[in-house]
Design a protein around this ligand. Structure first.
Ligand code: FMN
Length: 325
């Protein structure tokens, strides 16, 4: 049984990665319903949280149905992170995740995210400060190192465990790789050798077969999936089917449209119609993937601003396709 401290989560965990502007409560709920064992909020700035910035406070909201859920926070200052962790804990998640992996310039420039890989002492102080400030388990998501010449994860990982982290997620790339190049999963068994807390593999799990291979080849305790869940919202369910039955089914057009509409409606409930419709556009490709005529409908939907018309167009497409078969 893989557990984050006392939080028992099952075996060979399937985790929905934190993704800014993607893993809002509507997407998280759908991923939980469709096989994810735990989900993470998009990252939330610790500085913004302590300023009580409305946009960031809103990101703390979780739904009881999505549990287990982690709130992910980021920042460069251990004391600010400590206070932000307490604010996050009060919002009632199951655990707190610290982002030590974000590669973008304006995060790294403030010594946050993957910037911490260059300053392991501060990273350690930050994790200790957060662990000491909250009762919930604290986990860390990080990368292999700053660049190919300074890979330091085998020193960082035991340090994080010592500082009190209860699980580690490793995006198997360096900061300088961003999202480019192949994720190097060969580090996972080496990391598992130097810590006794669960280690979750992240990076390039794009298909159910990739997930199987990740567990088989690395012995990881879980896989965390980001882009693969946008391009295929059924991926977690398919991984479980593959594991249990040796094969998995491709969702029917009806299943795709039904889930897409539900997700879209919830997105609008959370954000209001205009922002909800707009924010949802990144998801059409995943729901309409490999569906004949899906690309055309998606292009049309990019121009539509009313929720009612989006739903109508999706339903029309479903009916037309069904009679065509
Ligand atoms: C749109 C997008 C937003 C992301 N936002 C976050 C974030 O808020 N926190 C974080 O730790 N990682 C974030 N990431 C990184 C992912 O969690 C993950 O580490 C990375 O995409 C590699 O996994 P993948 O190959 O499954 O996509 C983001 C990635 C994408 C594509």
């Amino acid at each position: 049984m893989v557990a984050i401290e006392n939080l028992e989560l099952g075996e060979k965990l399937l985790l929905l990665a934190p993704m800014e502007d993607v893993t809002d409560v509507s997407f998280r709920l759908i991923m939980r319903e469709h096989g994810a064992d735990a989900v993470y909020t998009e990252f939330i700035s610790s500085e913004a949280l302590i300023r009580q910035a409305a946009k960031s406070i809103k990101k703390l909201v979780t739904d009881p149905k999505e549990r287990p859920v982690a709130i992910q926070i980021y920042g460069g200052d251990p004391e600010v992170m400590r206070d932000a962790a307490q604010i996050s804990e009060a919002a009632g998640p199951d655990f707190i995740d610290i982002n030590c992996g974000c590669w973008v310039k304006n995060v790294v420039g403030h010594g946050a995210g993957a910037g911490l890989l260059k300053d392991p002492d501060r990273m350690e102080r930050m994790v200790r400060a957060v662990v000491d400030a909250v009762r919930l388990p604290v986990t860390v998501k990080t990368r292999l190192g700053w660049d190919q010449n300074t890979i330091n994860i085998l020193e960082i990982a035991p340090m994080l465990e010592q500082a009190g982290a209860k699980a580690l997620t490793i995006h198997c790339r360096t900061r300088s790789q961003g999202h480019n190049g192949e994720a190097d999963w060969t580090w996972i068994p080496k990391i598992k050798n130097v810590v006794s807390i669960p280690v979750f593999l992240n990076g390039d799990v794009k298909t159910p077969e990739d997930a199987e291979r990740a567990f088989r080849e690395t012995g990881c305790d879980g896989v965390m999936i980001a882009r693969g869940a946008i391009t295929n919202p059924f991926i977690f369910q398919q991984i479980k089917e593959l594991r249990e039955k040796g094969s998995y089914h491709q969702p029917t057009l009806e299943e795709r449209i039904e889930l897409c509409v539900r997700h879209l409606v919830h997105s609008c409930e959370i954000r209001g119609e205009q922002r909800g419709v707009f924010a949802f556009r990144k998801h059409y490709a995943g729901y309409l993937r490999e569906v004949h005529g899906g690309g055309r409908v998606r292009s049309e939907l990019m121009q539509v601003t009313s929720l009612e018309r989006c739903i109508e167009r999706l339903q029309e497409f479903k009916v037309k396709k069904e009679t065509a078969f």
